[in-house]
Design a protein around this ligand. Sequence first.
Ligand SMILES: C[S@@+](CC[C@H](N)C(=O)[O-])C[C@H]1O[C@@H](n2cnc3c(N)ncnc32)[C@H](O)[C@@H]1O
Length: 209
Amino acid sequence: MAQKDVGNKIPIYKLKKTDEVMRYYDDWGEENKYDKDMLDWNYTGPKETTETFIKYQKNLDAKIYDAGCGTGLVGVELKKYGYKNFYGADLSKKLLDLVPENLYKKLDQVDLNKPINEESNKYDAVLCVGTFTFGHVKPPALDEFIRITKDKGHICFTINEGIHEEYGFDKKIDQLKNDKKWKEIEFFKSNYIASKDVNAWLGLYEVIK
Ligand SMILES: C[S@@+](CC[C@H](N)C(=O)[O-])C[C@H]1O[C@@H](n2cnc3c(N)ncnc32)[C@H](O)[C@@H]1O
């Protein structure tokens, strides 16, 4: 798989360590550049993911964990549809500071490659958009997403197509299916950042407990 990039100053596929990723996003948040770039590039990840999620979760009070929420673009989409009970977590303090006031119930600075400091079976859904990409969050995070999600809850995420196999997301997803930890509801190639020829898989899974 060719390593496609969004043309930022450091190629995203070169990011390896968590502190490099944190600095990368802290810099990208300067003068709201991240949001401006996403608008310019017609980044559709948050919209496509939310549109997929709302087909299966009709309860507007559902408790949702936005894993890797960044500046809150997923929260903006959720709010459009009337959801109001969502919580955000991200590595970059700079991006968290850019989330619009009162959009999320709570925001936490979290490294999703570590155990998540949340009770088991707490959420009706975990959404994770744009965060499974080069050097970011690795497949074991899916175990944690399942742990904090209730029985029959949903996990909906994108995976940059460039790392789907390279990082072993394909195998992890199959293993979770075989172990009956979740069942696949949707899995398809989304547009994501089509303007930059960067695509992602979009999956929605129902948790089995
Ligand atoms: C492409 S952005 C997506 C942000 C947001 N979900 C969106 O769609 O605009 C990727 C996000 O993953 C976050 N991230 C990267 N590594 C992380 C980690 N180990 N733990 C938590 N968040 C991480 C970054 O800070 C960044 O906000």
